[in-house]
Write a protein that binds this ligand. Structure first.
Ligand code: HEM
Length: 134
């Protein structure tokens, strides 16, 4: 008997850039990093003195994950987000702060639904998945 997947619908996250373009995601990531820059909990976790490159990595990753340009894969390879976040102590408080700053960034940028709620849910779930400390 052939294995039947009940989950072969297209992934809605992958449909976001084809539907609304990459510009809203660029604006969202810029609004997020503007907040990280002055955040007492998150800013000290970022190793580089400037945040531009971290901003570019998150922007490229999200554009790729949302069905747009694959520049992230070309430049960084497979995302392996759990592994890449292992050096950073992400406890519940750090996860919650990340999500809070991202939710504030969503307030600033005009992303239509259903793409907005799909992206916001994806980011929250990924942040939870990346928690690596109590
Ligand atoms: C849960 C709270 C999170 C914290 C505290 C956190 C923190 C960090 C830090 C400190 C870095 C290194 C900065 C750099 O690239 O120079 C980083 C990189 C990165 N983060 Fe997060 N992050 C969180 C959640 C997320 C989520 C939810 C995503 C994706 C949806 C994400 C995607 C990325 C990506 C793509 C990179 C760059 C990886 C690479 O190519 O090296 N992060 N994060």
């Amino acid at each position: 008997m052939a294995l039947q997947s009940t989950d072969d619908r297209p992934d809605p996250v992958f449909e976001i850039v084809p539907a609304i373009g990459a510009a809203p995601i660029e604006q969202l990531v810029a609004a997020f990093y503007r907040r990280v820059a002055t955040d007492d909990l998150l800013r000290p976790m970022y190793p580089d003195e400037a945040l531009d490159e971290a901003e570019q990595r998150l922007r490229d990753f999200l554009i790729f994950r949302c069905g747009g340009s694959e520049a992230y894969l070309t430049n960084r390879g497979h995302p392996r987000l759990r592994m890449r976040h292992a050096p950073f102590a992400i406890d519940q408080a750090a996860r919650d702060r990340w999500v809070k700053l991202m939710d504030e960034a969503f307030e600033e940028v005009n992303i239509p639904d259903p793409q907005r709620s799909t992206l916001q849910e994806f980011l929250r779930a990924t942040a939870t998945f990346l928690r690596n400390r109590e």
